[in-house]
Each structure stands twice: as C-alpha cells, then as structure tokens.
Design a binder for this molecule. Sequence first.
Ligand code: PMP
Length: 374
Amino acid sequence: MSKIYLDSVSTTKINDEVLAAYKKLLEDYYNPDSLYDEGVKINDLQERSRENIAKALRVKSKEIIFTSGASEANNLALKGLAFANPLKKHIISSYYEHSSVYNALEQLRRVFGYEITYLYPDHKGIVSKEAILKALRADTLLVSIMHVNNEIGAINDISAIGKALKADHRVYFHADCTQSLGKLPLDLDYVDLASFSAHKIHGIKGSGFLYKRDGVNIEPLISGGQQEFSLRGGTSNAPANIILAKTVRLALDFQKDNYDQISALHDHCLKELEKIPKVRINSFKDGIKTIINFSTPILSEVMVNALNLKGIMVSSKSTCTSKSKSHSRSLEALNINDDYAIRISFDYDNTFEEIDRFIEALKEIIDKYEYRQI
Ligand code: PMP
C-alpha cells in the first residue's frame, strides 16, 4: 500500500515543473558575477527572478535578498539589524518562535548582552498587539513575531501588529512568514523584515529569501564579496535563486485552489478526530488549515513510530528540534503536555482516502497500545 505523507509543514514534495526546470539550470554552471556573456546571462536570469518575486509580493526588487532558507533569513534579519544598531539593546519576541529565531535571539542575549522579552500567546494561541505595545521600551530595537506557528498553527495578525508599531513607535518589525506564504494573504505594508523558505512551498531545499524594506540597515553575517547587495558574501546559488521565482509564482497563482483543498481535508480530518473519544485537539479553530495538533493517551514517540510502521508519516513537534531532548516551546507556551502531542499537516497533494486511512490506523493504534499500557 502506498505511503501517506502528513508532514508538509516540515517540507514538501518538489513541484514537477520546478524540478524539471531546476535540473536544466544546474547545467549552466557559470558564475553570475563573471563579466563574459555566459555569466551575464545567468546574472540576468537571477535578477529577473528577484524582480518577479518582488512583483508577486508587491515590493521592490532591491528588497529581496536570496538566502539558503528561512533559518538564514531569520538570522540575517535579527542579528544583521542588531549589529547595525548597537545602541538599542532590547528585543521583543514570542516564546513560541521557530528555533532559528529563538536561538538567534538567545545568542544576541548570551554573547552580545541584549535583553529579550519573550511574550506568551493568549488563550487563542496568538500574540496580541496589546501585549506587544505594553512590552515596548525606549531602548526596544525590534519586535519579531511569526505569522503562522509551525507546531500549533496559530495565525498572528502581522498587519495589525505592524500597523500598531508603526503608528507611534520607532521600532523595527520582523515576521517569520515561512508557514504562511502560498497559504494566507500576505500584507508586508507594515513589516520591515520578513523571512521565507522555498521547500515549504514545493520548491528546493537550501533556498529562500529575506524581504528587507528599502532603507532598513542591516550588517552582513557572511562578510565577503558584492553578492546580495554586499549583505551575503559567497558565490550565488544561481540555479536555486533563479528557480525560486517559478516556485513562488506557482504557490501564489494556485493559492486559492490549493488552500480550498487543504481546508476541505483539514475539516474532514478534524471532524473524524473529534469522534475519537481518546483524542484531544490542541490546535485552534481559527488557526491555519494546514495543521492539526492533537493528543492521545499514547506517548508521542510511540505513536509516531506506530504510524510509521503503517506507512504514515507525522511529527510530534517541529522537525528542526525532533532529535533534541528539549521540550516544545510552542506547546509549553500553551500549557500542552508535549509527551502526548502529534502534529499532522496537509497539502493540496493529500487525498480524502489518505485521511480516512490515517484515522483508521490511529484508532487501531490507540486501541492496541492503550490496552498494553493498562
Ligand atoms: N521558520 C518556520 C516557522 C519554520 O517552520 C521553518 C522550517 N521548519 C523555518 C523557519 C526554517 O526554514 P528553513 O528550513 O528554510 O531554514
């Protein structure tokens, strides 16, 4: 029987069209910074890609910085801004950010003496603009709040937060938009810095970008040559950067249809999960439809393995911390015991039949292991 992938929040299958075009691009090995025709051609393609991504997000070309993914974009945004503005040493964020934000901020605290205020989500799982405004200080440099949480699926209103911050405060606003691109409407009007990743939207791994509003000063983390406006040294990964425009375009062109399909799968799965007496839903009603987080009486580790044996791929927490012994900050922030939590996620390439098979497998495992535990 074919395997079932319910972990698209972790990564996605590469779109066929993207893969075919990417393979061809790999043959064009020239350095985009070379001055002969072959290099110029690659550079032109890379700059056209930047332009097209910018157009799709309604921003300027020079506001797009190619990176190796969202982890790097997050690091570049946070540390780059801090290094360029050494006089303000307070940053506001949330306790349930992705590890690439949280650990970058922890490094700023440990090594560079920054003070970080970590806000907790409210009963709806979101970080309110009121809580953020209350935490502001005269020396606050930056607020960093993720658009969509990757474990619980809560959606933060980055437009409202950005608007409130811009109204009367001189503070920068960064949003990690990794989980919302291609799923939710994106409004960067009040955002100074935003991070994105290709492999969450059926693109290739090791590819992403940072949106940096024109006029916002940051320092490079990789000092080197003139690449990426001198903000990221090193020979450009031109094939990845060139194919990113197609990846983003496909995600945005089909966003509505894809999200409708994802929503239908989500609603069906949620309805079936709610019928299982031993299952408790942890995610929120108005969260993103790509994610359902729930708990069962079975330890997460046992459940992930048992589902794996049945050919079903799910996670217990963020894949970036799946091998660490540390607790999930997202679940801890919401008072959810992560020992029993499971995260499933959907994409447009999942089917209703897969959901039904998953539900049957889950019921069988709960019956079998619960009996054993007694
Ligand atoms: N932020 C969020 C919210 C994520 O879900 C992820 C991927 N797990 C990242 C950042 C890191 O993305 P990448 O793998 O492109 O570094």
